[in-house]
Ligand binder design. Structure first.
Ligand SMILES: [Zn+2]
Length: 436
């Protein structure tokens, strides 16, 4: 993809055009904030008033820009700038317009607004991209915060891509209303009969690539003082939910140190060994984080003066790389065995769960990095810790990439702190990308 020639817009012209589109972006952000504000932060409930307001607002803006406007059976919104050749697979630029309860104004909406601002900029300088550019306003990405029952999350994109099981229409229940996804779709004028059983609105063969701009949800860009990130992948995880280290309870005064089978010391050694492995892989440039979120002795049996005979803990290992997850699983198993043999304890780890990482398209990432260099935009390549609709596009076989924008104070909180100057740089990169 990197060899594709992009429309010849001088970098300075593109920068000025995107800059000129920022008041429109700010107006949209302000309107969202004032109309979807909650007691704290903003609330745009999926298939509720706040999300619908956002969809209507984006559609109005697209009308003013003269874009084609469509809605699919799940209520996802499609706003299209026709390219030179509409038979060529299109660019899909998307993000979600719902939010978590009492969330921030930028998570999700920034990506849709960036798409509209990029199109406004291209139109203002008379650039007609070689392929259609469709901005997608996605429904119910934050389903994990709103719907209980059995469902696979990311409901809007999965419905569009034919990835939703038909049964999820009835088993996904919005917790604030007690109503099923099907009922909410019907109430919004959507068409659940055309959803599920592999029915899809989007044909992967008709999509050249999916691009999502999103605020970074962690502090990495902020700490490194870099405005824009090119996302390498979306982290998966491998977890041990209930591992145990079994040693032997004994007298804490009388048992010689060398003869103890001390589960606390053995578990501590294992955790520090994992920390050492993290350091080694981090130094080698690999993506890895891990958490021992629970670590406990048994309050019924432990005592200040007793050698601890059993420790329970949890282990959550996350990486954007499937290989790193596999390496860590093997490392933990081998280390537990070696430490157990040396210290006379037994680690009963149980089986690792596995949620595979999503590797974003290497060619698109490379093109984004080249574009950032050409446009003099400082970037860092970073992994995404949170899940995004982009992973569903990858699952459907569509090349996908993500642009992160620096954001202070975390996400899913009222205090999200994206600066418009940083958003402008991310939007400039996005607008350059869709001309190819
Ligand atoms: Zn989001």
């Amino acid at each position: 993809m990197s060899e594709v020639v992009r429309a010849t817009v001088p970098a300075q012209t593109l920068a000025e055009a995107v800059h000129a589109a920022m008041p429109m972006a700010q107006e949209l952000l302000d309107a969202l904030e004032s109309h979807t504000g909650a007691t704290k932060g903003i609330t745009r409930t999926p298939y509720g008033d706040g999300e619908q307001y956002a969809h209507d607002l984006m559609a109005d803006c697209a009308d003013r820009l003269g874009l084609r406007h469509a809605v699919d059976p799940a209520g996802n919104l499609y706003l299209t700038l026709p390219g030179q050749d509409s038979h060529t697979p299109c660019w899909m630029v998307g993000s979600h317009l719902d939010s978590v309860p009492n969330g921030g104004n930028f998570d999700g909406a920034a990506g849709v607004i960036a798409g509209l601002a990029a199109i406004a900029a291209l139109k203002s300088v008379g650039v007609v991209p070689r392929r259609d550019v469709t901005v997608m306003g996605i429904r119910a990405e934050e389903a994990g915060s709103w719907f209980s029952g059995v469902h696979g999350g990311h409901l809007g994109s999965r419905m569009a891509l034919g990835l939703l099981e038909a049964s999820e229409l009835d088993t996904a229940i919005r917790t604030d209303t007690g109503q099923s996804l099907r009922r909410h779709l019907q109430a919004c004028g959507c068409d659940p009969a055309r959803i599920g059983e592999g029915q899809r609105h989007l044909d992967p063969a008709r999509i050249h690539g999916y691009l999502e701009l999103h605020i970074e949800q962690g502090p990495v860009l902020e700490q490194r003082a870099i405005p824009v990130g090119v996302v390498t992948g979306i982290r998966g995880n491998s977890r041990l939910r209930d591992p145990k280290c079994i040693g032997e309870y004994n007298h804490g005064g009388a048992t010689p140190q060398a003869q103890r089978r001390d589960s606390v010391i053995a578990t501590s050694e294992l955790i520090l060994a994992i920390d050492g492995k993290w350091h080694e892989l981090e130094t080698a440039g690999e993506d890895l984080i891990f958490t021992v979120g629970k670590l406990y002795t048994d309050p019924k049996l432990h005592s200040l003066s007793k050698v601890p005979g059993e420790v329970g803990f949890t282990l959550d290992i996350r990486s954007a790389s499937p290989e790193v997850l596999a390496t860590m699983r093997a490392f933990v198993i081998e280390s537990a065995s070696a430490i157990g043999a040396r210290r006379g304890v037994k680690f009963d780890l149980g089986a690792f769960s596995l949620s595979e990482p999503t590797v974003l398209d290497a060619s698109m990432r490379q093109t984004l990095c080249a574009g950032a260099a050409a446009l003099s935009i400082p970037i860092a390549e970073i992994a995404s810790g949170g899940g995004h609709d982009a992973q569903e596009f990858v699952r459907a076989g569509i090349p996908a990439a993500m642009i992160f924008v620096r954001n202070a104070n975390g996400s899913h909180v009222a205090e999200e702190g994206m600066e418009l100057d940083d958003f402008e740089l991310g939007t400039r990169l996005l607008s350059w990308m869709v001309t190819g």
